[in-house]
Design a protein around this ligand. Structure first.
Ligand code: SAH
Ligand code: SF4
Ligand code: F3S
Length: 468
């Protein structure tokens, strides 16, 4: 514990020292813009980066022309995610010509991947700073190096640092918060880049997690989302073994906590203990995201998912028996190398049987360095797109029927924002993670409000405040 505190205090001293030097160079004008791609892990990392920036005296801005530091937090999961970043880096050329003091930093999963990192270094001379997912805390030092004349200040770590565990976060919302419970992934699904970008699995200590959540709840957070690539294997590398379900029970006991969510759990090791938690725990939301990826056991084997279609359906059956009203969500990939029409039919039959409330669907994207990218049996784009559409044609009507069940029901909505399309309405999520729109004002944001559902479509619900 003591050495941890020493580590933090040395770190804080060095932040102050670096920033004093940076301020001298920039005449105290510190404005930073952070752009985030990718999943909740990255969103939360950006919250940590923003916290660090504030600590360094930076003000956050959305204005490209005002910023003298732009940080791009990148994602590598699909080709399209990387392309967006290359496009943005191209656009920054002009900004840099106009503002000689502007520094461009690139971080996140793409930078942990040698192929993409080298491409950025070769093609975009305007990039000044590069750091990885495990050494966000190095930013002050790298920034100083860059202002001090270093052409490219670069630091990539493969191993997760304890300092990351102790970074604060400048949270985007006060009423819903992400909390990391573990980092990395050991699963090596053959299509996936994440184990290469995020490194090996490492769990945070339960005390650290509980303390962080207590602090958030005290500050008024209503919904805590626990983050990990494979939360079911939480605790395996800790000295004092604890399972994910045990952690959930402890979190459920925290005074004042309202809603608990988590992502993502892997079907291969979802335990009975976790399934029963959905019945037992009053604060655990009535929603489970359980990515299936494909319905064919043959394809699942090629993907190294380590469950069969039958295993998955058995788990779903058990979940529905324990909690018949649970809302189910999934990730499905179409066009994995070698996927035949018969394999794809198995995916269609699985989704008809499970009847998901929500789904995230993807076209397989080749990721260099992963085993599946080397397969000679890549599925042609036209077939992928055709299957994708056929999958949506089955998923969406099921989602419509699922949402219909909410008609005339009273639900509790944690209001997140003003609706995107109509500023007389607000939007939020119910327990089942359904998006609900209803007439309201910005005073409703952050509150849990009782709403009667009056309309719906395949993707969201519409309602009215009860009592209005
Ligand atoms: N840890 C999570 C997934 C993280 S990535 C899990 O195991 O469920 C989120 C989703 O992106 C995956 O579930 C998968 O459906 C999709 N994905 C990952 N790699 C992909 C690739 N190469 N092409 C297309 N989709 C991919
Ligand atoms: Fe990727 Fe599989 Fe790990 Fe999820 S479990 S992050 S899909 S390797
Ligand atoms: Fe997330 Fe993308 Fe990295 S999905 S873990 S930000 S590769």
């Amino acid at each position: 514990m003591n050495s941890n505190l020493d580590l933090i205090s040395t770190f804080e001293n060095s932040v102050n020292e670096y920033i004093r030097k940076v301020k001298d160079i920039t005449n105290n004008l510190l404005f930073a813009k952070v752009i985030t791609h990718g999943c909740q892990m990255n969103e939360h990392d950006s919250e940590k980066i923003k916290w660090l920036l504030n600590k360094m005296g930076y003000k956050l801005t959305e204005d490209d022309n005002l910023a003298n530091l732009i940080i791009l937090n990148t994602c590598s999961v699909r080709h399209s995610a990387e392309d967006k970043v290359y496009g943005q880096l191209g656009n920054f050329k002009r900004l840099k010509e106009e503002n000689k003091n502007l520094k461009i930093a690139v971080c996140g999963c793409m930078m942990q991947r040698e192929e993409s990192r080298n491409y950025v270094i070769d093609k975009f001379e305007n990039v000044d700073i590069i750091f990885g997912t495990n050494n966000i805390w190095k930013l002050p030092e790298l920034l100083f190096e860059s202002y001090n004349g270093e052409k490219l200040a670069l630091d990539i770590e493969n191993k997760y640092s304890d300092l990351d565990n102790n970074l604060g976060a400048n949270r985007l919302y006060s009423y819903k918060s992400y909390v990391n419970i573990m980092y990395g992934c050991n699963n090596f699904c053959t299509f996936c880049i994440v184990p290469y970008t995020r490194g090996r699995e490492a769990s945070r200590r339960p005390e650290d997690i509980i303390n962080e959540i207590k602090g958030l709840v005290q500050k008024g957070s209503k919904e805590i989302t626990l983050l990990g690539q494979n939360v079911n294997s939480y605790g395996k590398n800790l000295d004092n073994k604890i399972s994910f379900a045990e952690l959930l029970y402890k979190i459920n006991d925290i005074d004042g906590i309202e809603r608990i969510r988590f992502m993502t759990s892997h079907p291969k090791d979802i335990s009975d203990e976790l399934i029963y938690a959905f019945k037992d725990l009053d604060h655990l939301c009535n929603f489970l995201h359980l990515p299936v990826q494909a319905g064919s056991s043959r394809v699942l084997k090629l993907m190294n998912r380590r469950y069969t279609k039958e295993d998955y359906l058995r788990k779903i059956d058990k979940i529905k028996t324990v909690n018949p009203n649970i809302a189910l969500s999934t990730d499905i990939m179409v066009g994995f190398p070698g996927e035949t029409e018969e394999d794809f039919d198995q995916t269609l039959s699985l989704v008809k049987e499970v009847k998901y409330d929500t789904s995230f669907t993807f076209l397989y994207s080749m990721r260099g360095g992963t085993p599946a990218a080397k397969s000679p049996n890549q599925v042609p784009d036209k077939i992928k797109h055709d299957r994708f559409q056929r999958l949506l044609d089955i998923l969406y009507p099921i989602q419509y029927e699922k949402n219909k069940k909410f008609l005339n029901r009273d639900v509790k909505v944690l209001v997140e924002d003003i609706s995107k399309k109509d500023d007389t309405k607000v939007q939020g999520r119910n327990d089942e993670f359904k998006l609900v729109n209803f007439t309201g004002t910005k005073e409703d944001i952050g509150k849990i409000i009782d709403v009667k559902i009056t309309d719906f479509n395949s993707f969201s619900l519409v309602g009215e405040k009860i009592g209005n």
